[in-house]
Design a protein around this ligand. Structure first.
Ligand code: ME8
Length: 646
């Protein structure tokens, strides 16, 4: 039986809209940790999921003309598509609308009720609807919500309270006796000073003002506060208190909850108390990260400055995003997603340092030998690199025990950089003419260095490691990883393959322009979540709210062709917000396809898709019509794709 176990979680993301690059950080970070531990022989449980209840989501669903469940189903499909593209290797995806989760939450609440930890009272306070959180006057910033800076509303309702204050001594002790339970230290001090040291308030744990949530088992008129519902995901996903609790027995307590700093308070105060009150041992550690910022602002759904991770993956490959986010991400403090730094980092590290090392080594081996040569006598020069390779193990184990993927990657790339220097020192191109025996040892040392670094890189990158293994004609059996990461003459690979470089060089100026253009386009799930069309009689007048329901955006026609056997129809590809849509329009008698490519047009983007001549048309391009005259409508000045027409 494997006694090396590792349980890591991400936050469960609000199913209220699309995911942006900021959201990807926690998930890519947790994924790298999970992959690393699997590589090192751990039995891993990596959990992510979706947070689907609450007033915010029911409002969004109503805006989209869908039931909350229909709405979240579509959003969750999008989450899963994004995670797949980013190579997120989760073992379980929990949804708070899963029946098993709902049952688990009810049992937990019932337990608190049975313990006498819940009482009925009235809540009067300041409530931030988007954040679903009550605040006291003192916690507001300039009178607004301290998290999202939007106005709060006075709210008063009868609700049940959880006697958190009863457990304040327990929490004091947790903070005092387990200094590592909340990292980084600065965040622990902040939470302790602002929320713990002066005493813990009881928590309002039910609501009656909306019903999209889990009903309280002791009073079904009330639904359970979203945070009590959401936090329980970490144990409901393991089958806690269910017929099959084997995963709970195996993996709990959780080794690490990765979260963003805005939700530290919930995880470091409510969650440990809730667990303790239910007699469940506490988790081992919370790792609270900073935010990714864009142009000085936190990337956020509410600020509409999101940046769609799919755009980055499609353009630069999944490993470019993963590498940059893991190396330079906001592991503790907020970090800007600086486009120029991103592009330069990718060129310097993936293209130059790693890419060139692999190409040079493979090229020299194939020019001089049939396959990776056997080494002869190692010298002191070789030994420096060999020691660096063998030293990685301890360094990476230490870094990864603290989820410091940034440090781990730097250690690996230090070796890669030194290997490039080693080429300059040993001058294999000279040895090729003078000393083939020595050349064999040098090239073997390089191939072995690349192989060992690539073994580790498998935890962080998805596509590049396999490309490198293919070039070296080798692979790694994860079962024997402990021996595979030791520099050894038995480990040499097979026949090397030259070919394309493992990472192409980026044209910084060109890509910078692309990124700057894309950065103002915000992902918007309502594009995917099609609104329900209501049948109406002819409408003479409409209200501004009616008009607001029609989403008009500027897009650019990037391709157009005639539809076979339909002389009026053109099949157009229109780029809006970085996403290409197919739109079939009845304009073939007025425009040749080649004349409209590159033109900007106005598109109804929330029109229900329809099939025309077997082609799914996703929207409508607007035209001015007068009898037989027809003209496409374009903005007078060139506008950014995705500009809203209002
Ligand atoms: O908070 N940079 O969900 P959420 C880095 N459902 N991280 C960011 C970020 C940014 N720009 N923007 C958001 C919730 N995040 C709850 C969690 S867990 C029981 C319930 C992080 O979708 C944010 O800090 O609003 C949080 O950790 C996560 O994304 C999910 O945010």
């Amino acid at each position: 039986m494997n006694d090396k176990k590792y349980y890591i979680t991400t936050p469960i993301y609000y199913a209220s809209g699309d995911l942006h690059v900021g959201h990807c950080f926690s998930t890519i970070l947790a994924d790298a940790c999970a992959r690393y531990k699997r590589l090192r022989g751990y039995d891993v449980m990596f959990l992510t999921g979706s947070d689907e209840h609450g007033i915010k989501i029911s409002k969004k669903a109503a805006e989209a003309g869908l039931s909350p469940k229909e709405f979240v189903d579509k959003v969750v499909d999008n989450f899963k598509t994004i995670w797949k593209r980013l190579g997120i290797s989760y073992d379980k995806f929990i949804r708070t609308t899963d029946k098993s989760h709902e049952e688990c939450v009810k049992k937990i609440m019932q337990r608190l009720w049975d313990n006498g930890d819940i009482y009925l009272n009235k809540y009067e306070g300041l409530y931030c609807v988007p954040c679903e959180t009550f605040y006291t006057e003192g916690q507001l910033v300039n009178g607004n919500c301290p998290e999202c800076n939007r106005p709060v509303e006075k709210a008063s309702e009868e609700c049940y309270f959880f006697k958190m204050s009863k457990y304040q001594d327990y929490l004091f002790d947790l903070f005092k006796q387990n200094p590592d339970f909340l990292q980084p230290e600065s965040r622990r001090n902040e939470i302790y000073n602002n929320f713990v040291k002066d005493g813990i308030q009881d928590l309002c744990v039910t609501r009656t003002s909306f019903d999209w949530g889990i009903k309280a088992p002791f009073d079904p008129k009330h639904v359970i506060y979203v945070w009590c519902d959401a936090l329980v995901n970490y144990i409901s996903a393991l089958g806690y208190n269910s017929d099959d609790d084997s995963d709970f027995k195996k993996f709990w307590p959780c080794d690490c909850h990765i979260i963003g700093r805005d939700i530290t308070r919930f995880h470091a105060i409510i969650w440990p108390i809730l667990l303790h009150a239910c007699g469940i041992p506490n988790f081992k550690k919370i790792h609270s990260t900073g935010f990714i910022t864009l142009k000085g602002d936190k990337i956020s759904k509410s600020k509409s400055n999101g940046f769609n991770p799919m755009v980055l993956c499609d353009k630069f490959g999944v490993d470019a995003l993963r590498y940059f986010i893991l190396k330079d991400g906001p592991i503790y403090s907020d970090t800007p997603f600086d486009f120029e730094v991103f592009l330069k980092t990718i060129n310097a590290d993936l293209c130059n340092d790693l890419g060139n090392l692999v190409s040079r080594t493979v090229a020299m081996i194939s020019q001089n030998f049939d396959n990776i040569p056997c080494p002869n006598q190692f010298t002191a020069e070789d030994q420096v690199l060999i020691d660096m390779c063998n030293g990685l193990n301890t360094k990476l184990e230490t870094a990864m025990d603290d989820e410091r993927v940034d440090i781990a990657l730097r250690e690996i790339f230090d070796v890669i950089r030194y290997a490039n220097k080693y080429i300059d020192i040993t001058t294999p191109w000279v040895l090729a003419k003078t000393d083939k025996d020595r050349l064999a040892t040098v090239l073997y040392t390089l191939a072995e260095t690349i192989r060992i670094c690539t073994c580790y890189l498998q935890a962080f990158l998805i596509e590049i490691p396999n490309k490198i293994f293919d070039k070296l004609g080798t692979s790694v059996d994860k079962k024997t990883i402990d021996s595979a990461i030791v520099f050894d003459i038995k480990n040499y690979g097979g026949v090397v393959t030259k070919g394309e470089s493992i990472f192409p060089r980026l044209d910084i100026a060109k890509e910078l322009e692309f990124l700057n253009q894309e950065s103002n386009t915000s992902p918007d799930t309502t594009k995917e979540v099609k609104t329900e069309q209501t049948k109406t009689d002819e409408i003479q007048e409409i209200t501004i709210e009616d008009f607001d329901r029609i989403k008009l955006e500027v897009g650019t026609i990037i391709a157009s062709e005639k539809v076979e056997k339909a002389d009026k129809l053109l099949k157009n590809t229109v780029r809006i917000n970085g996403v290409n849509r197919t739109i079939v329009s009845g304009i073939a008698k007025h425009y040749n396809p080649e004349d409209i490519v590159g033109k900007q047009v106005v598109v109804v983007t929330n029109l229900r898709p329809v099939k025309l001549r077997g082609i799914l048309s996703e929207g409508m391009i607007l035209c001015a019509c007068n009898g037989d005259d027809l003209s496409l409508i374009s903005p007078i000045d060139v506008m950014k794709d995705g500009s809203v027409v209002c």
